[in-house]
Design a binder for this molecule. Structure first.
Ligand code: DUC
Ligand code: ZN
Ligand code: ZN
Length: 473
């Protein structure tokens, strides 16, 4: 077995920071000790195979992006990152685990959908991966199949209150699925937007000749998100299901979650970098068709209404518990341009899997969140929320050697043009200058990124079975 010592750095976890050395034996962390300690009788660093000097750097648990859509067929095309390209880009950005969404399409059996996702991912990933299960057709057969998900290492499923005719579940289906969630402990994940009402608004806007990307944000108004969030919370309240609302973007939806939590309900919310930084006015409203780059659902919200600031505040106060990307990239040419002249035909999605750790670190730089909170919302809480904790999300003996060495004095220029590794012909983050840099990334003890060089290989990443959420009561 190869041993690796990371020495001289500041180990940061969700609960504190300290100068410490980290020893990895093979794939697993075996010791975290004060610098210079005698470890397990070994004369360090002479007795180890590889020594990594992390002086002046942060040593953090690898990022966990709990919401990605590699290769997702959607909007008449498919997300442009494969498991190979998307997980490699994730590694570049300091993410060492993704949780992607396996899809059960309408009329399909749940385990056939799950098998398809295994086929897409197996042998192709640069980092470890796990799955949530989208239930696109809640019926007697799929409800029964949900009893078997946990044994497959899938401890959460996602429903959609949006996209009628595609993934949509009505309230009766939601009620039944949430009853199953309460019974089994599987986390209910919810895309909370009132899809049928949004579709009417879309039709009316298009009839008025309002076809630009900006109107995607107008149609998917915050009231549609708040209403659906409230409805999901109420059905969860009735059934006792644990509820996790994905890609929360409206401050009013956060208020619904916060009120439910104050009321003692077991509900959680995730936001994404785009809802912290980007806006309806500046991005969706960009001249011509450029706004298509930022068409995603839930949509970007108005900065004048203060959603972005509220989202940062909610991260600090734990009204929102974690940040994932909803990585769902599409190229402008041949994909986003399907919606030229009709915003409702623009494939929904933004690519961010590579930038999440850096973008959230800016919250530390700007004094919006603490260093420890950064680690918590990008790694530790995702691990705890989705049954990976202990193996992932923490630097302690027994955990996987998934570690990022982050240089707070480094700089990352997302820049213009192709400065990223995602399979896209543009970046939603063009022009963003980052204080900080992902220097080195270890995935189960193997150095996969080192000072702007990719050293990993397709197939390094393994499927990880997840247990139940630690947030169940
Ligand atoms: N939202 C997106 O932006 N893309 C994929 C699916 C979704 O809900
Ligand atoms: Zn969604
Ligand atoms: Zn999604």
């Amino acid at each position: 077995m190869t041993t690796t010592l990371i020495t001289g750095g500041t180990v940061v976890t969700a609960t504190g920071r300290s100068k410490a050395d980290v020893l990895i034996d093979g794939e697993t962390i075996v010791a975290v000790v004060a610098p210079g300690s005698q470890l397990l009788g070994t004369d360090l660093p002479a007795g180890v195979d590889t020594v990594i000097d992390a002086t002046g750097k942060y040593v953090i648990p690898g990022g966990i992006d709990a919401h990605t859509h590699m290769e997702l067929p959607f909007g008449g095309t498919a997300a442009s990152d494969t498991f190979e390209t998307g997980t490699r880009a994730a590694a570049w950005g300091g993410t060492t685990t993704i949780i992607d969404f396996a899809v059960q399409t309408y009329g399909q059996r749940v385990f056939d959908g799950l098998a398809t996702w295994h086929q897409k991912a197996a042998g192709n990933c640069a980092i470890d991966y796990a799955f949530h299960q989208i239930i696109g057709d809640v019926n007697a057969d799929s409800l029964q199949a949900m009893d078997g998900l946990l044994a497959e290492g899938v401890s959460s499923f996602k429903l959609f209150m949006a996209y009628p005719g595609v993934f949509y579940s009505d309230d009766a289906q939601i009620l039944r699925a949430m009853q199953k969630s309460a019974e089994t402990g599987l986390m209910t994940m919810m895309h909370a937007e009132n899809g049928p009402a949004i579709d009417v608004l879309v039709e009316q806007l298009l009839a008025q000749g309002k076809t630009d990307p900006y109107y995607h944000g107008v149609a998917r108004a915050w009231q549609m998100e708040e209403e659906a969030t409230h409805r999901a919370i109420m059905i969860a309240n009735l059934t006792g299901a644990p509820l996790y609302v994905v890609h929360v973007s409206a401050k009013q939806a956060v208020e619904q979650l916060a009120a439910a939590r104050d009321n003692g309900q077991n509900v959680f919310g995730e936001t994404c970098p785009q809802y912290l930084y980007l806006s309806l006015e500046e991005n969706l409203g960009a001249p011509g068709f450029e706004g298509a780059k930022w068409v995603c659902s839930t949509p970007l919200r108005s900065r004048a209404e203060g959603h972005q600031d509220h989202m940062w505040q909610s991260l600090r106060t734990n009204d929102i518990q974690m940040v994932s990307t909803d990585h769902c990239p599409f190229c402008m040419k041949g994909q986003k341009d399907l919606g030229l002249g009709n915003f409702s035909k623009i494939p929904n999605g933004i690519g961010s899997v590579e930038h999440r750790m850096d973008l959230l670190y800016q919250g530390v730089v700007n004094g919006r969140i603490s260093l420890e909170r950064w680690v918590e919302i990008t790694s530790t809480t995702p691990a705890r929320m989705f049954g990976l904790y202990g193996k992932k999300g923490v630097i302690q003996p027994g955990a996987d050697g998934d570690i990022v060495i982050y240089d707070p004095n480094g700089h990352t220029s997302i820049g213009m043009g192709k400065t990223h590794h995602m399979n896209m012909d543009h970046s939603a983050w063009e022009g963003y200058e980052i204080d900080g840099h992902v220097d080195t990334v270890l995935s189960r003890g193997k150095v996969v990124i080192d000072h702007n060089e990719y050293l990993g290989a397709k197939g390094d990443g393994q499927f990880v079975k997840r247990g139940l959420s630690q947030y169940l009561i």
